[in-house]
Ligand binder design. Structure first.
Ligand code: GTP
Length: 360
């Protein structure tokens, strides 16, 4: 079975991390994000994956290569963003698609049952089957009510007020070729706004997908997904966690530091004596000085945090940025790659410290 993974978005909500690393290969718990999706797809019989890339596609290719755990990886590269359905049409025009395929949003960490979705698809004779996942808060998602046979009754993108169901479009579809052929070629097309609404009452079915599901597209959810992986709430091939529920990769120096609970330290990080790193993610080669505190934050590769500095919950610091001694990065603040925060300075909660365009 073939899967096409949509992996060409800019990931604007994950900035500043996505200025230097595209979301599909952003390290999650120390592994390129898409490897979790590839493991999941593989466990449901997928043996060929088409990666639909655009933004920073060279980095995606460099990290993932042409073969992953016996699965063939092929790439379709867009010069201009083609949305969510446009890339599938593009892959079809390039002669790459089989009669039937999975289409997967490339920013979802999940263990939903693709095998069951495919079985239902065959049983109902659907033209498209969408995995529908229940969430507590539907406000930032499209909701999809169905009848008792699974036929989709409406496709309601991000609606205000009371939603008729808490089942959301989970971004995992089974598609028949005839549907792909009907996608207009050569322009951006959205499944959610064009293709699916037009198929309501005409072969569009929903599959009730239980299990774990989260999209990692914001810093809050990226951290939540990290903690869930560390706690084993979703299956993965991660190495064992230590007694604090943390993952510390090779080459880290931690003498006298307090790391954990639920922290991830990438390769070759250094954390000074009496510094604290709690419920945070450090990508590779991050340095945290003595007595500093990093709490519920994300520090991209090669960030340096000076002695006694504070990085408060929800902060995201871009690659190579420097937080000076005694400085504070307020809650939810973001710092662009390469920016230097002066010793003793304070970045207020929610601020976004920008670098000059050219420096990114
Ligand atoms: P934001 O800018 O933060 O909204 O993130 P995003 O660009 O990833 O958009 P969104 O989260 O809505 O995209 C869902 C999935 O579709 C992601 O896996 C994206 O990589 C992918 N995607 C979005 N737009 C495109 C596109 O134009 N082309 C391709 N190939 N994939 C896309």
């Amino acid at each position: 079975m073939q899967a096409l993974v949509l992996a060409g978005g800019e990931g604007t909500r994950l900035r500043p991390l996505t200025y230097t690393t595209p979301k599909p290969v952003m390290p999650l718990a120390g592994r390129p994000f898409l490897t979790f999706m590839l493991d999941w797809a593989h466990s449901h019989g997928v043996d060929e994956v088409i990666l639909s890339c655009g933004f920073m596609s060279d980095d995606v290719k460099r990290v993932l290569g042409d073969i992953y755990d016996g699965m063939r990886l092929r790439y379709v590269i867009e010069d201009e963003p083609l949305g969510t359905a446009g890339p599938v049409r593009r892959a079809f025009d390039e002669g790459l698609l089989d009669e039937r395929l999975f289409v997967l949003n490339g920013d979802v960490l999940t263990d939903i049952d693709l095998t069951g979705e495919l079985a239902q698809h065959e049983h109902t004779g659907a033209r498209v089957t969408l995995a529908l996942h229940p969430v507590d808060d539907t406000s930032s998602y499209g909701v999809v009510p169905t009848d008792s046979d699974g036929r989709v009754e409406a496709f309601l993108e991000k609606t205000e007020g009371d939603a008729p169901t808490n089942r959301i479009n989970a971004g995992a579809y089974v598609l028949e070729r005839e549907v792909v052929e009907a996608i207009p070629p050569g322009r951006a097309v959205s499944f959610e706004r064009e293709t699916f609404p037009a198929l309501v009452g005409d072969g569009l079915y929903g599959f009730p997908a239980a299990g774990y599901w989260i999209d990692i597209g914001t810093p809050e959810r990226y951290l939540e997904a990290t903690w869930d992986l560390l706690a084993g709430r979703v299956g993965s091939r991660l190495p064992p966690r230590d007694e604090t529920g943390s993952l510390v990769y090779e080459g880290c120096l931690l003498s006298g530091a307090h790391v954990g609970p639920q922290a991830v330290l990438g390769r070759h990080c250094s954390v000074g004596s009496d510094a604290r790193v709690e419920r945070s993610v450090l990508h590779d080669r991050v340095v945290v000085g003595a007595d500093a505190a990093v709490v519920e934050s994300v520090l991209a590769t090669r960030v340096r945090v000076g002695a006694n500095a504070r990085v408060l919950p929800g902060a995201v610091v871009g690659a190579g940025a420097v937080v000076g001694e005694d400085a504070t990065i307020g809650e939810g603040a973001r710092v662009d790659p390469g920016v230097e925060i002066e010793p003793g300075a304070r970045v207020e909660a929610g601020d976004f410290v920008k670098a000059p365009e050219a420096a990114r």
